[in-house]
Design a protein around this ligand. Structure first.
Ligand SMILES: *[C@@H]1O[C@H](CO)[C@@H](O)[C@H](O)[C@H]1NC(C)=O
Ligand SMILES: *[C@@H]1O[C@H](CO)[C@@H](O)[C@H](O)[C@H]1NC(C)=O
Length: 219
């Protein structure tokens, strides 16, 4: 009897967990539809973004077990419009690749809510405004590529403290102000691209601390 009860209990727990996973996955589908609303020129490229099975939509890769969205890759699709704040609801995203589109507007603060993200590539768009401070909340971030946009303002000094950041490419924007000195103390950084901005200041001797670095472009 006890074994049967335990088995039944186990099955109940398992179905509850599955229900929870399904619920989270359904929310991801709704969040993706919000993201789509902020894009323009989607008619031809995101025509399959409808219906229940968001894991089969173009550019969407889901976790095999939870069906939560793990990666979003819409690079090179001539998308226009803006990046929706709804992207922040995709809590399981590990990678976002929106490079080589015609996206405009600012990078939403809510991007800082994508707490699992390791790769964020928004390069070769027309994004403007500041680099949001919220990016510094992304503790798993390894690759941040924002090159070839119209970003302004200073490089948030907090970016330099991201513990896993290996690639930071901010080249070809309109960034100004000083290069945060702390960036030179980041031991995991391998690539630092800052060329083609309006940054000030001289090269710091602290730069020698960048022991892992093998690629640097500044001027
Ligand atoms: C899902 O499984 C396939 C094949 O088994 C694998 O190639 C893919 O990387 C997995 N995807 C994720 C997000 O885990
Ligand atoms: C996104 O897709 C393009 C084209 O298939 C590919 O070259 C690129 O590596 C992908 N991005 C990521 C982050 O996997």
């Amino acid at each position: 009897m006890a074994a049967t009860a335990a088995a039944a209990y186990g099955a109940l727990i398992a179905s509850l967990l599955l229900l929870l996973a399904a619920g989270a996955a359904a929310d991801d589908g709704a969040a993706l539809l919000e993201v789509k609303k902020s894009f323009r020129n989607v008619g031809n490229v995101l025509y399959d973004w409808s219906g229940d099975d968001h894991c089969s939509w173009r550019g969407v890769l889901c976790d095999n077990v939870t069906f939560a969205v793990a990666a979003l890759n819409l690079s090179g699709l001539n998308l226009e419009g803006e990046i929706s704040p709804a992207v922040g609801a995709l809590k399981s995203l590990v990678s976002i690749d929106l490079k080589s589109n015609g996206l405009t507007g600012q990078i939403p603060d809510e991007i800082g809510d994508c707490s699992s993200i390791k790769t964020l590539d928004l390069s070769f768009n027309n994004l403007d405004g500041d680099i949001p401070f919220s990016v510094s909340k992304l503790k798993h971030l390894e690759t941040l590529i924002l090159k070839n946009n119209q970003l302004v303002g200073a490089i948030p000094s907090t970016l330099s403290q991201l513990p896993n950041l290996k690639i930071l490419d901010l080249a070809q924007n309109k960034l100004s102000g000083e290069i945060p000195r702390l960036i030179y103390w980041n031991e995991v950084l391998q690539y630092l691209g800052l060329r083609g901005n309006q940054l000030e200041g001289t090269l710091s001797p602290d730069m020698c601390q960048l022991t892992g670095l093998w690629y640097l472009t500044i001027a």
